[in-house]
Design a protein around this ligand. Structure first.
Ligand SMILES: NC(=O)c1ccc[n+]([C@@H]2O[C@H](COP(=O)([O-])OP(=O)(O)OC[C@H]3O[C@@H](n4cnc5c(N)ncnc54)[C@H](OP(=O)(O)O)[C@@H]3O)[C@@H](O)[C@H]2O)c1
Length: 238
């Protein structure tokens, strides 16, 4: 059998209320606590690239990925670039160029898209990874480009739910960090950490660790290797 094409080792980090909601008032920020924010920034400090779907980028209005000087120094000491490569997945390429990330001339951004178009008037340093067609990105091919042309070994995905489902069904997630917050929020059609088509068969996971802080639960799972794509080799440290 031919070896699977190279791809980064992929971590997914999500936060949810105890009743499974991924947002409160349309944002993820109100769900987690101080320790969750620490985990969020700690993971960003440890990886080569941070990815989000266009829906999340639009809603959360992303800024610099690692802004704190001490974290930038910690990255350099680990042999990483001061700032991870920011990766945005978009089909329609309808992104607000005034969000702090795209307005920052220092930011390095890769836009993964099937579109042949480019964003006008972006101050950030943008590269385009163009795979797929008919508005659908070929995610495995794009991940191979990230690995081979950008040297990305570890990639942190920060959602959102639609992108998560696509990545899981393509067998492209290796670990899930799930923060379960002691909150109940209800609602008729709550957005959960996965959205879109059902995963068939369901993805199986092994629990790697559980921590607790101020009643938040921090769950770390390993995705059991799916048939869609072989798991990437684990990085030395995350
Ligand atoms: N609780 C948490 O941890 C957490 C984390 C992240 C986000 N969120 C919340 O989730 C919400 C946003 O999530 P979402 O599911 O609506 O958006 P999303 O998954 O962030 O982004 C969806 C968009 O990504 C692009 N996309 C994804 N897969 C694609 C593919 N295979 N080919 C082409 N384009 C693709 C499309 O962009 P285009 O529309 O540009 O074509 C699509 O509309 C926000 O409310 C955010 O606050 C919560």
């Amino acid at each position: 059998m031919a070896p699977a094409p190279p791809r980064p080792y992929v971590l997914l980090n999500m936060v949810s209320t105890a009743d499974g909601r991924a947002t409160i008032d349309g944002r993820s920020g109100p769900i987690g606590n101080r320790a969750d924010r620490e985990l969020f920034h700690g993971l960003r400090t440890a990886v080569d690239a941070v990815m989000a779907g266009a829906g999340t980028i639009r809603t959360e209005r992303y800024g610099p990925i690692v802004a704190e000087e001490s974290r930038r120094r910690a990255r350099l000491e680990r042999g990483l670039a001061a700032e991870p490569l920011a990766c945005i997945v978009s089909g329609r390429l309808s992104l607000p160029v005034d969000i702090p990330l795209l307005a920052d001339p220092q930011a390095r951004v890769a836009i993964l898209t099937p579109s042949a178009a480019s964003l006008p008037g972006v101050a950030a340093q943008v590269d385009y990874v163009r795979t797929g067609n008919d508005g659908r990105l070929d995610l495995p091919a794009a991940f191979t480009v990230l690995s081979e042309h950008f040297g990305i070994r570890t990639l942190l995905c920060e959602g959102g739910p639609h992108l998560n489902s696509e990545l899981l069904s393509a067998g492209l997630i290796d670990e899930l960090f799930l923060t379960l917050a002691p909150k109940l929020s209800g609602g008729e059609t709550p957005l959960q950490i996965l959205a879109g088509a059902a995963l068939e068969p369901p993805v199986e996971m092994d629990l790697l660790s559980v921590f607790e802080s101020e009643s938040d639960l921090f769950l770390r799972y390993r995705v059991v290797c799916s048939s869609a794509s072989a798991r990437a080799p684990a990085p030395a440290r995350v």
